[in-house]
Design a protein around this ligand. Structure first.
Ligand SMILES: [Zn+2]
Length: 524
């Protein structure tokens, strides 16, 4: 009898314990590990092997201005303009920073590049100023918060968690009290997944996994966020599954409130929502969203323009452009392109390197700040050059290293990322696909090992698109890599030999184009 009574007691105690565990886990947040604090300007990727060295063909060793080390120093200077923007809280609470055209960070970067053109010995150097049209302005988020609301039912001591990687994407401010609503996880938000989910009145959490190019997931991510809003979601959180806990200023979602979240914050949400679902309370976890935007108008900026006259055809121009603006540190977008441009200006300013045609360098105000377009103002302010240009070259995102998920995963489920020794794929877009120009791209790849994607294409990007409207052929080098428009685009993400590969490739390419007949450059 006593033995049976003991067994019953033990059984009852076990049931009571299980019931308590169900009612309230002993650890906060269902015992899920909290996301780590966000650290800025730090590499979030494993990097043990150095980047593959640049190839220097015989006879080109003397072009030391194209060596990676000097571009690396310039890149550090360029990234510092952005870091300063964060230190000084140039915009609002300092949650977004960069080299922002119209703000001191962006304008000083262009002034610095212009000074480098002068120091290279180029005589014809000009800072061409312009200001925003009366009706133009840019809206930037100045203050925001995504706060997951704690509840003792999720475990004793469960406190609110602020998701520090949150990045707002929508223009309208939220009500001063913000939005408070339950979260619902919708996977990748395909119609098949949404067929069984009711998002009405809830904040939908969708997940996006960038592959080699983050820029290529704008579609479907943006339209799917819009679809979620149309189905009745009050807001959308998009987890951009990238290394660490990065802030991502891209994608967008149209009309409603949307925020991006970094990989670690996303993993936390995924795990607590799974835990809540397993306990039969899928709608229990709530979030509070807050957002204030500000419109900035009446801004002014400039392009830095330098011209090196050609020896035999000075009235024909090859124009090399790199935009100076960035979101966040922007080492890859477009610090590396600007560093390559400055190195090329030093190269073509050499007395022993003379081109038949004139070569023009544009440190461009870029394309992030509405009403202050770098290419648009260059075209408007330099009709003589544009009319007699034979080729525009747009150096954009030229040497960011490639990354892939690493083999090992942490015990909390987070998977580390690791670097390749090479660059992430570079799109080599040529608007007119002229056989001569394509042939020289191919020969350049063979000479220098630049990692262009396979196959000719006409990609012109935001910056190159404006130039292409002039009817002049445009050659664009552009990566849309994983760290594109994120806080992960730090100095160490850029390959020093990668910049050298691109600079030596482009120096050779421009030399080839400079001596070619006009009919080869543009047969149409
Ligand atoms: Zn760019």
């Amino acid at each position: 009898m006593r033995r049976v009574g003991f067994a019953v007691l033990v059984l009852m105690a076990t049931v009571a314990q299980a019931a308590r565990a169900q009612a309230s886990p002993s650890e906060p947040w269902f015992s899920v590990m909290l996301p780590p604090p966000v650290v800025y300007h730090e590499l979030e990727v494993l990097s043990e092997r150095p980047a593959a060295p640049a190839v220097v063909p015989t006879g080109e060793e003397r072009f030391t201005e194209l060596a990676g080390a000097s571009m690396q120093r310039d890149l550090a200077t360029i990234v510092d303009f952005a870091k300063e923007s964060r230190r000084t809280r140039e915009v609002g609470d300092g949650g977004i920073w960069g080299r922002i055209t119209g703000f001191p960070s962006g304008n000083r970067t262009i002034e610095w590049a212009t000074e480098q053109f002068r120091r290279a010995g180029i005589r014809d150097v000009e800072l061409q100023s312009f200001s925003q049209a009366a009706n133009a302005g840019i809206t930037l988020p100045v203050s925001w918060e995504v706060r997951v609301l704690g509840d003792a039912a999720f475990g004793a001591g469960t406190r609110d968690v602020v998701l520090e990687s949150a990045m707002p994407l929508s223009d309208p401010d939220l009500h001063p009290e913000g939005i408070i609503a339950p979260l619902v996880y919708v996977g990748t938000a395909t119609p098949a997944e949404l067929a069984r989910v009711d998002v009405r009145g809830k904040v939908a959490v969708q997940k996006a996994i960038p592959q080699a190019h983050t820029v290529f997931i704008r579609d479907p991510v943006g339209p799917r966020a819009q679809d979620l809003l149309e189905r009745g979601a009050v807001a959308v959180l998009t987890v951009i599954d990238l290394p660490g806990n990065l802030r991502v200023n891209d994608m967008g979602c149209g009309s409603g409130p949307c925020f991006n979240l970094g990989g670690r914050d996303g993993l936390f949400l995924e795990q607590i929502l799974s835990a809540a679902a397993e306990r039969g309370t899928p709608d229990a976890v709530r979030v509070r969203l807050r957002l204030d935007n500000e419109r900035f108008a009446g801004l002014a900026s400039h392009n830095g323009v330098a011209v090196i006259p050609g020896t035999s055809r000075p009235d024909e121009y090859i124009v090399l452009n790199a935009h100076a603006d960035s979101w966040f540190d922007g080492a890859g977008d477009n610090g590396d392109g600007l560093a390559v441009l400055v190195a090329l200006a030093r190269h073509f300013a050499r007395r022993d390197v003379r081109m038949e045609r004139s070569v023009v360098f544009v440190a461009s105000a870029g394309h992030h700040s509405a009403g202050l377009s770098g290419p648009g103002n260059f075209v408007a302010m330099n009709p003589d050059i544009v009319e007699n240009a034979v080729l525009f070259v747009n150096l954009e995102h030229t040497a960011q290293r490639n990354i892939t998920p690493a083999r090992t995963a942490h015990e909390d489920g987070y998977r580390e990322w690791t670097m390749d020794t090479g660059e992430s794929p570079i799109v080599g877009g040529l608007t007119n696909m002229a056989p001569f120009l394509e042939d020289r791209i191919q020969r350049g790849i063979e000479r220098y090992g630049t990692n262009f994607v396979s196959g000719p294409n006409t990609t012109a990007s935001g910056e190159g698109g404006t130039y292409s409207r002039t009817g002049v052929p445009v050659f664009t080098t552009i990566q849309g890599p994983p760290m594109y428009h994120t806080t992960g685009e730090v100095l160490e993400m850029v390959s020093t030999p990668g910049m050298e590969r691109m600079a030596r490739f482009m120096a050779w390419y421009v030399r080839e184009v400079s001596k070619a007949p006009a009919a080869s450059i543009d047969p149409n």
